[in-house]
Design a protein around this ligand. Structure first.
Ligand code: CA
Ligand code: CA
Length: 462
């Protein structure tokens, strides 16, 4: 019995010894340390890398049992071979297109080897460093044709029919495409978000000033420049847009003066203006240009292209000069199918008669705003007025909706009709003060109607 027990014990000890000697013959690969076997073998490559990424002779390795993809990528980008006891890892040809399809810069695989008496697994990670090896590409091609229907408001987006301007840049760290367009007066070229696809950016052209018509096709060069985290120089790709419209479709442009108010001084029988009177929009094909208002009959106006000159038609009577510090009248431009344009002309009269009492407002021009049914603006002050019998009157467009309070402030007691606000960006009022000696003075008040969005027919205030 003892010899039998001894035999079993010997067999158990021998078995254990064989197991222990099996562990000591596990697989090894040159260039792969224990820490890498325990975590992973990280291989750093550029996105432009080609061919082999790792070779290493093995020991105690019988075969490569399996290669498993751990990254769930579109293609197997890595080939693993075990030839003559050597592990060889190579990039497949399709890796050239890795950036076309993938967004995560890693390829993870698991290798399982058959070792002497056991097996061993090794995780291999290829970490891909991005370089700026791709240029931005306009899609579907870099020539776009756009047809527009004028008029178009500022900010109106224009895009090709049945397509969109896309730019693709597949570099792994691409963060943006910066658009630019050749210098032109009509359009800006701006970013318009993504189309929901990573690596594809959307763009549009927008109208940068009111576009009433395009007489000729406009062909513009557009550019897309990439931005990424590679540290490499950016790439720029050129494209063109051709914009056409039907030139027979036109709307008349409402005439508009560059300023709501022009100052002048009457010196030695001449009118000297602070600045030129300019019709900055819609000056062509005017039906008429006329002066309107009290004392305007002494003056005349002539149009020369965009500019308007006001001249003295007949001498100002002495009593007009004596009784007024200023004259104020309107210059009106009329044009068929438009509301026309209007500006105020202020003429400062000479004051060499020092005995004449001067009556004057503190400003020649007051700017009020009517917004959300509230009127706001500066106090209107009469200077050096010791006369208790001064009358103040209001005149001008829609003046019946306003009144002047004693202290002096412009107010409105009634809500302005919506059509007045809709049809105008501003209206002009005249305030006239007259004292008991019939000395009078005038000033201009503009009431602005701020509007969100765009108004095609504008009067400029600045
Ligand atoms: Ca790029
Ligand atoms: Ca790249």
């Amino acid at each position: 019995m003892n010899s039998v027990v001894t035999f079993y014990w010997t067999a158990i000890v021998l078995g254990l010894a064989i197991c222990v000697s099996g562990q000591s013959t596990q697989c090894t690969i040159d260039g792969v340390g224990d820490s890498q076997w325990n975590s992973m073998l990280n291989i750093q490559i550029n996105d432009t890398h080609k061919g082999t990424t790792f070779t290493g002779a093995t020991s105690n390795t019988n075969s490569l049992i399996s290669v498993d993809d751990l990254s769930n990528l579109k293609y197997p980008y890595v080939k693993v071979e075990f030839i003559d006891k050597e592990l060889i890892i190579t990039l497949e040809e399709i890796f050239n297109e890795f950036e076309e399809y993938e967004t995560v810069p890693q390829i993870n695989i698991r290798l399982t080897f058959s070792c002497t008496g056991s097996s061993r697994t090794l995780i291999v990670r290829h970490t891909i460093t991005d370089t700026n090896n791709h240029e931005p590409v306009f899609l579907p091609n870099n020539n776009y044709n756009i047809f527009i229907f004028t008029p178009l408001a500022v900010g109106f987006p224009i895009v090709p029919i049945f397509e969109t301007i896309y730019v693709k840049d597949v570099d792994l760290t691409n963060t943006a495409i910066i658009p630019s367009i050749e210098s032109n007066e009509y359009f800006d070229f701006i970013y318009d978000g993504t189309n929901g696809t990573v690596k594809i950016h959307k763009f549009k052209l927008v109208v940068k000033k009111v576009l009433y018509s395009l007489e000729e096709p406009v062909i513009l060069e557009i550019r897309a420049t990439d931005k990424d985290n590679t540290g490499d120089p950016p790439h720029t790709t050129d494209g063109t847009v051709e914009i056409n419209s039907d030139p027979t479709v036109k709307i008349p442009v409402t005439p508009s003066f560059s300023m709501p108010f022009y100052r002048s001084t009457f010196i030695d029988g001449e009118l000297i203006f602070d600045e030129k009177i300019v019709i900055d929009q819609g000056y062509d094909e005017l039906d008429g240009l006329k002066l309107d208002g009290e004392h305007s009959e002494y003056f005349d106006c002539n149009q020369n292209g965009k500019e308007v000159e006001i001249v003295i038609l007949k001498p100002l009577p002495e009593d007009v000069i004596k009784q007024n510090s200023f004259l104020l009248f309107s210059l009106v431009a009329t044009k068929l199918d438009t509301p026309g344009g209007k500006t105020a002309i202020n003429v400062k009269l000479p004051r060499d008669d020092v005995t004449l009492e001067i009556l004057q407002f503190d400003e020649l021009f007051y700017n009020y705003t009517y917004e959300e049914e509230k009127l706001s603006g500066p106090d209107i002050i009469l200077l050096d007025s010791h006369d208790n019998n001064i009358t103040i009157a209001l005149d001008g467009e829609h003046h019946k909706y306003f009144e002047i309070k004693v202290n002096i402030e412009l107010i409105t007691e009634t809500l302005l009709p919506p059509e007045i606000i809709d049809d105008n960006n501003f209206i002009v009022l005249y305030i006239k003060a007259e004292n008991s000696k019939q000395v009078s003075t005038t000033s201009v008040v503009t009431v602005n109607f701020p509007k969100p969005g765009i108004c095609l027919q504008t009067h400029r205030l600045d």
